[in-house]
Design a protein around this ligand. Structure first.
Ligand SMILES: *[C@@H]1O[C@H](CO)[C@@H](O)[C@H](O)[C@H]1NC(C)=O
Length: 198
């Protein structure tokens, strides 16, 4: 009975909100499920998506550097493809979150560098803020690096509504002949849920 009453209320609310809902009901940008990995650090990487295809979670089982045994430098570029609605401008902010572990003794510095995004094709406006990671030992902790990619895209035709977001990255330790140390990137989450029609 309670449930019935609640749904009746909901129906009424929906009827009232009709015109507003309609205005907001535009096709969202979603991950297509096509992703590619390049670089030794990407070996064995897998990606999963949430139920609405707007959050991609990439897991890297082998993206790490370690001294003195190596590998001492590893790169990985991950491409996630997003399908934007044709003929509709979409504006929003994509959030990238990289997590891993750093473990370096005094005298060793860990670097997670070249953390840049490439967006192809280059349509619309992109503002990319992706800080590099740098940790001077002694440090032993789980870390989180957060990216922020503002975009306004107007895919003009069916040929280029597929947009690749490629994030680069390079892990290294200096000096490479230092005492025991390591740096890993275990996971990268890319979240495109924040979208507004423009
Ligand atoms: C996007 O990535 C896919 C998969 O790697 C590739 O086939 C396609 O050519 C890329 N598109 C552009 C515009 O770079």
């Amino acid at each position: 009975m309670k449930y019935l009453a609640a749904s009746t209320l909901l129906l009424k609310a929906t009827a009232l909100a009709g015109p507003i809902l309609e205005a907001r009901q535009q096709t969202p940008a979603v991950f297509t499920g096509v992703s590619s990995f390049r670089g030794q650090g990407c070996e064995g990487a897998t990606v999963t998506y949430d139920s609405i295809n707007q959050v991609a979670t990439v897991t890297y089982p082998n993206y790490g550097v370690v001294i003195p045994s190596g590998p001492r430098e590893e790169s990985c570029s991950t491409t996630l493809q997003v399908r934007f609605p044709v003929g509709q401008c979409t504006s929003g902010t994509a959030f990238g979150t990289a997590t891993g572990t750093v473990n370096v003794p005094s005298g060793v510095t860990a670097f997670f560098s070249a953390r840049d995004y490439a967006i192809q094709p280059t349509i619309g406006q992109i503002t990319d803020v992706s800080p590099n990671g740098q940790w001077a030992g002694p440090r032993s902790e789980d870390y989180t690096l957060q990216d922020n990619i503002g975009f306004t895209l107007t895919p003009p035709n069916a040929q280029n509504n597929l947009v690749n977001f490629t994030v680069f990255g390079d892990l290294s330790l200096q000096p490479q002949n230092g005492p025991v140390g390591s740096l890993t990137n275990r996971q990268f989450v890319f979240d495109i849920r924040t979208q507004i029609p423009c």
